[in-house]
Design a protein around this ligand. Sequence first.
Ligand code: HEM
Length: 123
Amino acid sequence: MFKAYPHYQKAFPSLAKIPLSELATSKLMIAHANTVMYSLTSVIDNLSDPECLQEMLQKIGENHGRRKTGQQPFLDLKGVFIQLLQDKLGKQMTPQTIVAWGKTVDVMYAGIFKGMDITSEDD
Ligand code: HEM
């Protein structure tokens, strides 16, 4: 993500000053990536509980809305994330799988953006 959109790195106070070449091995970066991945894992673990899922997505949106990230970095992340899956999974990422992941991310973002709207209304 930071390679494709270097300006987003500045949004992360703890990561802003780490050179791109050192990010992948930085413990701060790894700690942050773990937090995000645990959060994504709980979203996936709760796919069968739509109400809980909605609450979790909304909460992620509220937290990011308070930081004023806006929707654009999430939309950019969608492209980077799907490209990453294609790079890692190769032929297993069939055209149908790509479409399915796109729809999954759109559903996640609908919940996240709803939460973002709530916090931006607080201002
Ligand atoms: C689905 C995608 C994402 C998930 C699941 C996610 C999840 C998280 C979690 C769990 C945290 C730490 C807990 C918290 O403080 O809220 C966090 C922090 C943060 N996220 Fe995200 N995030 C996502 C996308 C993004 C995007 C696209 C941006 C914008 C560039 C962003 C910016 C931030 C910032 C600035 C922090 C605070 C970091 C710090 O304090 O060092 N996030 N995110």
